[in-house]
Design a protein around this ligand. Sequence first.
Ligand code: CBF
Length: 822
Amino acid sequence: MSANKTEQYATTTLDADQLAHSIKRHLQQSLGVDLEEAGPAEYWEALSLVVREQGLDLIRKTRHKERDEKARRVYYLSLEFLVGRLLGNNLHNLGIYHQAEEAMANLGVNLSDVLEHETDPALGNGGLGRLAACFMDSLATLDLPAFGYGINYRFGLFKQDFAGGKQVESPDAWREESCPWGIERPKRKQLIKLYGRVTERAGKAVWEDTQEILGMPWDVPVTGYGTDTVNTLRLWESRAAEGFDLSSFDEGRYQESRSGEIQAENVSQVLYPNDNHPAGKELRLIQQYFFVACSIADLIARYKRENGDNWDGFAEKVAIQLNDTHPAIAVPELMRILMDEEDIVFSKALSICREVFSYTNHTLLPEALEKWPQNLITKVLPRHMQIIHMINYHFLHTEVETQWPGDNNMKRRLSIIEEPERPGGQQMVRMAYLSVVGSHKVNGVAALHSGLVKTTLFPEFNELWPDKLVNVTNGVTPRRWLDYCNPELAKLIDDTIGKDEKADWRKDLSKLDAINAYADDPAFQKKFAAIKHNNKIRFAAVVKELCNIDISPDAIFDVQIKRLHEYKRQQLNLLHIMALYRRLLDNPDLDVPQRVFIFGAKAAPGYKVAKTIIHAINRVAERVNNDRRIKDKLKVVFLPNYRVSLAEKIIPAADVSEQISTAGFEASGTGNMKFALNGALTVGTLDGANVEIAEEVGDDNIFIYGLTVEEVAELRHRGYNPKDVYNSNAELKAVIDWLASGDLCPEEPDAFRPLVDSLLGGDYFLTLVDYQAYSDAHDKIVETWNKPELWWKMAIINTASMGKFSSDRSIMDYAKTIWNMA
Ligand code: CBF
């Protein structure tokens, strides 16, 4: 995408001729393809192999350097790494994008076409997984020794299509075509135990009669920008362990032993498609343990290779970040190894764990806080369940007892094991509590969220350990989310504030602040607006291709892209669009700017209301887009199969960024940061990182509306009947009635009932309460759009004020306050 010729501190020295030579070599010798036969897909693969060579060379050097320095490393354990396409990003980071463009041009190929051939590795659901990917980019860019550990899923997040407006899912075998990035490392494979039972021998616990799975690591090189550091993302693939019961062949039970194999392979087959909602399935627990156990064994082996067997130095060399509670089983796993294999006593093992582990909380949603039935853990991981009991006993009877002597109620409240709510119910293991008790720091992901973690989620823990709960506001990598996805804007910034190694905003995003001085400058505004317009033209072509809808680049592009969840309130956006449409029908000559409302969102396959919202938006879109009476003043686009590569095209083209969650529900958001960075104006609630974005850009440069966290709490306390709002707001009532009428879906008149019922029968996410304020905020947006100098001034200030939201800053915060690495 970028044609920036001034790569001043390229890490590789390959010029265009050398690159072209290597591309040809790989075409012929690695892929066995003649030059004449090669199309963009082959060129993509050949160029990826060239880049991989560079990455591998640097990864080796990085490892040697770290080994020689006996470096302290951070290990980022995450079930999801939503890395997005890698070729373009790696070319940029290695400083050879322009050379590759030239090399391809000399071969008669367009690099942009080639890049489109990469399948997105969809190894994550949404914000949490994408954050992990931004963090990996920043760790390398900041030269911090790090490993990411996760799962090499065969099927990533499902592909989404629409049939009659409804979401249809299909499997995403993302690496089936070809995936040159991962390199198999058989030398580092691990054997993992499951099931079995625990016996005691000579005073020691022995976990035996287990089943075993093999963990095969695949390493993906993670390049940093403007540095030689290349870190490793190590993704585990499950396989049947060698030497499975051979006697079964003799007995003619071949099928049985094969089925053992298939089960082992199942573990890394599928990414669970739930965002903010755990799937309480045995296979999911096994997935979690599988990748955690492989990773802990791997990092211990590395520690021993470099430092010998002395456990006293372990915590000095190892920091392990638990990305949400998904890897929380790492706490009893490390305890097990320390106690059962290394003969370290319980209290010392626990203090080692607490020194190395820290935990990031990403949500307050009660249903998203993982709990596992004790019986299930006992069945799958019997020794771990014993250890969890030991940790819990120690915690309750020493630490809680000292703080609240004799307070059994407090012990019940803080226990890692939750008592059943009903007689005969199950005891559940609270993974969040296990993570808090096993870590030295726990962080929320935005200031507001971290405050709520302290006051509403873990208030007692905060009282017990006042320094443990901290905040690290999320961030995004400016390399992918500005430099790569919006090259024209990147160039304008370079041309305006200069680009040299010391003042490169790509490495220090606070440098963007200098753009503030140009916010009122008509010439700069003109250039800024022209770039947005060009991005909109390009994006309009994408919409035409994917949805066959014509949209005008002169319209306001108003975008909501994120997972479909009621708390994110795509339904609020929908109700407002329906109202706008009715206003236009009432008065087709209404003097309003053209508007295009753009959505991208996947719903968890089992989440009924979310799927209903998708269906409803698509049906409204169909009606609106085909109604000539409104003279193209309103268009609605729902892009299928929203993913990282699509976001890269949408965000630079957006004028308005919809960040409209119910206050207190969105932990942070990171899309909000990407949009503002690319000059879109936010309409949003005071939720998550919106609060900090408003602080940075100033209240005049953002459209904040709606209930605050305190007002939400107060309203809930007072009690609220959505029917009161419905009956008192004629416009709102009309659109809900329309939704309920069956008019939008005559063949299935009750199709939208689940949504209508959720709105009128409780409205837990307070959509109706916030409706009028939201509609008023949109009126202000239109008013501002009609004053272009003001609009572009605000847009420029947004871009200029995003310095805080670089993932480099987030990572430095982690390094300083949590990992003790800076
Ligand atoms: O912290 C990263 C993101 O994580 C979530 O997506 C999550 O999965 N819990 C949150 O919902 C986001 O608010 C947050 O930005």
